[in-house]
Design a protein around this ligand. Sequence first.
Ligand SMILES: C[S@@+](CC[C@H](N)C(=O)[O-])C[C@H]1O[C@@H](n2cnc3c(N)ncnc32)[C@H](O)[C@@H]1O
Length: 215
Amino acid sequence: MNNSKIVTTNQKGIHENLQKVLSRYDLNNYQRPISSYSLDTFKQIKKFVGTDKFILDLGCGVGQSSFELKKVYPNYKIVGIDKSIKRLNKNNDYETVDDILLVRAELLDLIPKLMDLSDQIVVTYILYPNPWPKSIHYKRRFHFNPVMPFICELSEHIVLRSNWKLYLEEFSAAYLFLKQKNSDVKEVQIKREYLTPFEKKYHQSGQKIYELEIK
Ligand SMILES: C[S@@+](CC[C@H](N)C(=O)[O-])C[C@H]1O[C@@H](n2cnc3c(N)ncnc32)[C@H](O)[C@@H]1O
């Protein structure tokens, strides 16, 4: 059994600044320059996918989820991306194996570039993103970052999982604000193999697992 701590927050509900912050962001005015290593990664992804359709696994950690997703989507290539070389290196199969590419990049640099491949992205997965539960840290959450409008455009189908329901409710509210489309957060009954090590840890600690699926 695991004993992972439940996420606690001093936030009462969806962050009050959601609309104010998101209304400042613009697809045509993204200021962050792309780092050279993330640009190299983009070129690597482009070469790997060619003209094929693929599944994106953003923040893939050790990459277990990319291998699990290949079982769910046997006909598509899978691209797992994480900034942590330490995590990626824990996967002995790191690199390209049977249509799976695990690569290192800073997502805040790379996601706008990935727009060039958006016609080929079938589903975007964000599994157990760092929650940053303290209210003061809210801008560290993906949906409060200027990259959020790009995340919304990468693919029409997006799946997130978290053990912190409010993260997913906020993401859903942010998506509604930017794309005028409703989505619901549901509790997931874990039946089959775990998608990720974090999922395993939370589930074995007796915590609830939530999913937001937008499509
Ligand atoms: C809580 S872990 C979850 C990892 C994996 N999805 C899982 O469930 O096992 C969050 C992961 O997101 C990655 N990450 C967070 N922010 C990132 C960013 N801006 N660019 C790339 N990776 C990021 C971290 O390095 C970490 O591996």
